[in-house]
Design a protein around this ligand. Structure first.
Ligand code: BES
Ligand code: MN
Ligand code: ZN
Length: 508
């Protein structure tokens, strides 16, 4: 997979000097073209667009794309933005992704994108450009590393955005967006690759080189070092693997050291067999369990971006890394294990391993780094997929402000979140019979996404905390606009937007 170069140029009259002109249109434009568009495409082409659209019953629905030859080999491509009254940045992302995919199908090497003058509701040109580049760069993604035919696949080399103002802020926004998309695509590559390659050792190596390249602090606890320090849950989950479990910690200090850092914790189960409570072959989604390190991949990407974008925040990223496999040394159902924070946990089911590794990672970070808030990202439960399918991630939080800030970021990025109720009844479900806690509620088929959240809350040391369950949104069966089949990188844009829009922090 190759992504095109994305560049800005000034919106001038008659831009037809590339191999195609992509004209983004609302249904309203088909009768009378927006004056901004009309100026760019010229009078003759304006005519032809109207005639063509009418002849083909073209409706300009979101992402709906059609083309006709303009002159010689030049193409005019119409891409729908949907009705202008519901015009949003998400429609720009979707339409841009479809545009790029059509360009590649049509073997168009270079193209200019032009939009109507009127911007999406409450959005600026800067945001339009960012959204469009997300559509193009995320939409171009394909995991074709193992496809022999990929060598011969055509890639569009250049996409130019025609804009009214070539301002420094627009240029900067495009640069940032390109960095963000590259990081999302890297996270997708890690999610999609084989678990034998993306194993705990590999995540440590990658984190170490990430740290070296971006001046992050790197530290790791591995295998017996975990149990020696009392991270017995993380150690137990990963101890049967040929690759020892790890707690990998990346630190980015972009603000005064007096300001307490934000901690982000990613679930990094490089493969989840379920353990002794082996997942069933039918319906257990075993072949997708290499994606169970998505949370860790997302956190790595956010740390990289914090450094690249020089965000004025302090950020600790912790990856709770293990492979949940079966061996004579496997941890067993019914065992009671003491967590890092002293609580005893019954392993009622070895397949509820995510909450165990996160529990130790969170309480360890709480003790060592005293963060102002903790956000964990995890492919934690099948229950969240039952609830929201592939479209929305679950949010469980003990803090309304943190939950609101995340929800706002979710609305801006369209990486959608929905908060679930953390009430005492769910907390009660986590109580153990022979231990303080159990990793399973009374009926794991009911409300497990929240029960899992209530379990994690026991390890937050009272710090404002939010849990994001990305089990459904991390892995897709089929493409949806700019989200490919397989790993989606869901969460990177959300968390970076959250960090960029944080209210000013008080010193500790
Ligand atoms: N990694 C899974 C959750 C998951 C399932 C992610 C399907 C993506 C797709 C997690 O470790 C798990 O196995 N959860 C169990 C919990 C149950 C035993 C309480 C589940 O959801 O079935
Ligand atoms: Mn599991
Ligand atoms: Zn898992």
């Amino acid at each position: 997979m190759k992504t095109p170069r994305v560049e800005l140029r000034r919106r001038t009259t008659g831009i037809h000097d590339r191999d195609a002109t992509v004209v983004f249109v609302h249904p309203e434009d088909l009768k009378k073209l927006d004056p901004g568009l009309a100026r760019v495409v010229g009078a003759e082409l304006t005519e032809r667009i109207a005639t063509f659209a009418a002849a083909r019953a073209y409706k300009a629905g979101v992402g709906e794309a059609m083309y006709f030859p303009t002159h010689d080999s030049h193409l005019t491509i119409l891409v729908g933005l949907g009705a202008s009254k519901s015009y949003s940045l998400e429609f720009v992302r979707r339409a841009s992704a479809n545009a790029l995919r059509l360009l590649e199908r049509m073997r168009v090497a270079s193209a200019v994108f032009v939009w109507p003058t009127r911007l999406p509701k409450r959005a600026s040109q800067v945001e339009l450009v960012s959204a469009a580049s997300e559509g193009v760069l995320l939409g171009a993604y394909e995991f074709d590393k193992y496809q022999s035919s990929a060598k011969n696949k055509f890639s569009t080399g250049l996409v130019e955005f025609a804009v009214d103002k070539l301002s420094a802020t627009t240029k900067k926004a495009l640069q940032e967006s390109m960095l963000i998309c590259a990081a999302v695509n890297e996270a997708r590559d890690m999610q999609n690759d084989n678990s034998d390659d993306v194993n705990p050792e590999h995540l440590a190596k990658q984190s170490k080189s990430l740290a070296a390249a971006h001046k992050l602090t790197y530290s790791v606890l591995s295998g017996k070092e975990l149990s020696a320090r009392g991270l017995n849950l993380l150690h137990a989950v990963g101890r049967a693997s040929q690759w020892p479990p790890k707690l990998i910690v990346l630190e980015y200090w972009g603000a005064s050291k007096k300001i307490a850092p934000i901690a982000m914790v990613g679930k990094g189960i490089t493969f989840d067999t379920g353990g002794v409570n082996l997942k069933p072959s039918a319906g257990g989604q075993l072949h997708e369990m290499h994606l169970d390190m998505s949370g860790a991949a997302i956190v790595m990407a956010v740390l990289k971006l914090a450094a690249q974008l020089k965000l004025r925040v302090n950020l600790i990223g912790a990856l709770a890394v293990a492979e949940n496999v079966i061996d004579s040394n496997s941890y067993k159902p019914g065992s009671i294990i003491r967590a890092f924070n002293g609580k005893t946990v019954e392993v009622a089911n070895t397949d509820a391993e995510g909450r165990l590794v996160l529990a130790d990672a969170m309480s360890y970070l709480a003790a060592t780094h005293k963060p102002s808030s903790i956000i964990d990202v995890a492919t934690l439960t099948g229950s969240i997929m039952v609830t929201f399918g592939y479209h929305v991630a679950g949010l469980v939080s003990n803090n309304d402000t943190l939950a609101r800030n995340l929800t706002n970021a979710s609305q801006r990025t369209d990486e959608r979140l929905w908060r679930l109720p953390l009430i005492d009844e769910y907390r009660a479900e986590t109580h153990g019979k022979r231990s303080d806690l159990s990793n399973l509620g009374s009926n794991p088929r009911y409300g497990d996404a929240i029960v899992a959240g209530a379990f994690l809350e026991q390890f937050t040391a009272g710090i404002p905390w939010a849990h994001i369950d990305i089990a459904g949104t991390s892995m897709r069966p089929v493409r949806n606009y700019y989200n490919p089949a397989g790993g989606t990188g869901f969460g990177v844009r959300l968390l970076v937007d959250f960090l960029k829009n944080l209210p000013a922090r008080k010193s500790r």
